[in-house]
Every structure is written in C-alpha cells, then in structure tokens.
Design a protein around this ligand. Structure first.
Ligand code: FES
Ligand SMILES: [Fe+2]
Length: 386
C-alpha cells in the first residue's frame, strides 16, 4: 500500500488513498460493530442494581442478577420505548415502569403482560427486549455490540457472541490488578491515535520525577503485522518508560523486554517481562457517541506485591499520564471543532496511518464478505525522536 509519502495534507480527518477503498471523510461517525467493548468497571455494579450506560450510541442498561451474573439489555422497552432502567429489577426479571411488562433479565424474553385477560392468547414469550452478550473479566463488564442493530428485540432473540472476550495475559498464579478510566471529549479515532502516538511524550508527559522535554532522543522500533493489528516487536523498553524504571529494581536492564500490540477495534496491550517478573496491561478506547469516548486502562502485575503502597504508587503514575492525555485531548477538541486541515507524518504517525487502514480493511471486509486485506505486507522499522 502507498504508505511512504512523508506528508499528507488532509481535510478534517484522514482520508484518501491511504485510508482504504471507502475513503471516508468522517471517521468520527464510523464505529466498529461486531466486537466486545468494555462497558463499566465491575465495582460500579452491585446485585439487583440497574445502571444506565451507552456504547456506540446505543443506550444500554447493565445489571447484576441475584447470583451475581452481569447482564446487558437495550435500554428501551419493546412495547412503547420506555427506558427499562426506569423500571424495577428483582434480581431475575426487569419490570417496565409504564405498563408493567416483565422481561427475563438475561435473554430479554417477555414473561408477563399484565393487561392481558385470560381469553387473549397473545404469545408473550415470543416477545423480546433487546439483550446483549455480557461478561465480566479483569475488573470490567464487557458487552458484545453486534453488527445489526441491538441484539434481539421485538420478536427476535439475541444471538450469542461469535468471539471470546479479550483478556489481559497473565504469567503467574498470583498477581495484582488495577484499573483507571477517563472520559475523552473526542471521537474514538482521535482517542486511539492519541494513544499510539509516540511524539507527544516529551511535551505532554512531563513531570519532575519522570522526564523533561530535554530527554527527547532518537528511537528506532520494529513493527510487524499480526491478525487485525500490528505489533511493536519485543525489545528493551525505552529508558523513559514507567514500568521499565520500576522493573530495573528487580532485574538487569538487558533482560527486560516489552511487546506492544494494537488489535482492532480498540485494543492496546503491553507486556513487559523481566525473568519471573511481569507487568501486563490492556488499554481500550471505547466509542460512546461519535464525538465522545472513554479510555480504560487495566493492568496486572506480579512485581510490587509485597511492597506497601506499591499498587497505589503504580496507579498514581498511570493516573498522572492518563490525566495528561485527557487534558490534552480536551484542548485538542477545541481546535477540532472548526474542522481544520490535519496531516499525518512519517514515521511518528505511521501507526496512526496503519490504524486507519486496518479500520478501513475491516469495514471493507464486512461490506464485501471477503477476506481481511491487511495493510502491512511484512515487518517495518520506524524511527522518530521522543
Ligand atoms: S412501554 Fe414498557 S410496558 Fe409499555
Ligand atoms: Fe499519552
């Protein structure tokens, strides 16, 4: 693919030959359906509670049944559209607050229509409230958002998810887990390319205990294609990366390796290993509406387990980074309101270009039903200063 022009002027958002056969003008309006997304942290959901949320512009109500299992329904009654989140939940069935129809909280199947008299033989169990496959993993409730509209609803039952929920790789039996979450006032695309952008580090992520803008230096990294994404191949992490600085207390610098993967629709995973010690994270940027997204970072590690305040310290470092990114994107959102001309440059923005190409290939595959045409044909070395 023609990926080597150093400078690409663009209108508003990336488009044109590098961005695939669809050549969309507003990626902001395009969200990838047919994937699992993080809906909310598990600790926000107690038994018998209903919580309203939104994913890909679909209003959802998330709940937890009596046994503690999570569930996700479309937040709209199939009768006349009342939000089900306004209704009652007894831990098994959800009762709509308008006419009292009751639905199985997991399948959405209708169980009762109170207005029916005995000789009216409407088949209640043929009616469904929309429901979504829903699972809990690594401190988050995940919801599968299917390709064609809300799962189920009307007279259709929801289909099971075709793929398993993404999980954080773990390399020992005992480990710690922590998460961070922040709302970003931008489209999922700006959220994702902001996440994979190496060049903002020296300017955005400054702290006296961390780095200054003068620590900028030349870097060279190898990338390779992986299914539906790309990998920054295993290497010794940058000397100014957070987990690296921590791991140096435990292991020799040259025994530390890190691998960073990006996989559609929104998954960035980072694995750092140093002998028997490891640190692993899965960061997602989830589209809420077309100009609003949320970043969730969940990390697991077996370092620091015996150090008092270890997890708090790690969380403090990450919280600081995420807040710097959030604040930056808030400022950027101001600028983007006026639909300015944008550009992506080589090599620092090459991962962003791959992201748009991968997304475009995914949309094309869904449209044509053909094969996924990966934009990378083999390994690539990129250089930048950061
Ligand atoms: S709108 Fe829900 S029961 Fe009528
Ligand atoms: Fe950042």
């Amino acid at each position: 693919m023609p990926d080597d022009s150093p400078l690409q002027p663009q209108t508003g958002v990336p488009s044109g030959p590098d961005f695939g056969p669809l050549g969309w003008k507003t990626p902001d309006s395009l969200m990838l359906f047919g994937f699992w997304y993080r809906a909310l942290p598990t600790e926000k959901l107690s038994r018998g509670k209903l919580v309203k949320t939104m994913l890909l512009e679909q209003a959802l109500v998330i709940g937890r049944d009596r046994q503690g299992r999570a569930l996700a329904l479309r937040d709209s009654c199939p009768h006349r559209g009342m939000p089900l989140s306004c209704g009652k939940f007894d831990g098994e069935q959800v009762e709509c607050c308008y006419h009292g129809w009751k639905f199985d909280a997991h399948t959405g199947q209708c169980r009762l229509i109170p207005s029916l008299v005995p000789d009216q033989n409407l088949k209640v169990d043929r009616i469904y409230a929309g429901s979504y496959p829903c699972e809990e993993h690594d401190d988050f409730i995940w919801v599968f958002v299917p390709d064609a509209g809300p799962s189920g609803a009307g007279f259709t039952k929801a289909a099971p998810a075709p793929t398993p929920v993404p999980e954080i790789p773990k390399f020992s039996e005992h480990y710690k887990l922590a998460y961070l979450t922040a709302d970003l006032p931008c489209s999922v695309d700006h959220g994702i390319i902001g996440l994979m952008d190496p060049a903002h580090g020296p300017f955005v992520h400054q702290a006296w205990w961390w780095r200054t803008r003068h620590s900028i230096h030349e870097k060279q990294k190898n990338f390779e294609p992986i299914p539906y994404g790309f990998r920054m191949s295993a290497h010794t992490p940058s000397s100014n990366s957070a987990p690296y600085k921590i791991l140096r207390f435990y292991a020799k610098a040259d025994s530390i390796t890190t691998t960073i993967d990006f996989v559609l629709p929104n998954l960035r995973s980072e694995i750092i290993r140093a002998g028997k010690y490891w640190f692993s994270s899965l960061t997602t940027v989830t589209p809420i509406t077309r100009n609003q997204c949320r970043i969730d970072v969940v990390a697991a590690w077996n370092i620091f387990r015996w150090v008092p305040f270890g997890p708090e310290l790690l969380k403090f470092v990450f919280a600081k980074f995420v807040e710097q990114d959030r604040h930056t994107m808030e400022l950027q959102a101001e600028g983007l309101k006026h639909n300015p001309h944008l550009m992506l440059i080589d090599d620092a923005d090459r991962p962003a270009k791959w992201y748009f190409s991968l997304k475009s290939a995914m949309l094309e595959m869904k449209k044509s039903g053909g094969e996924f045409r990966h934009p990378m044909s083999g390994p690539v070395t990129l250089k930048w200063r950061s």
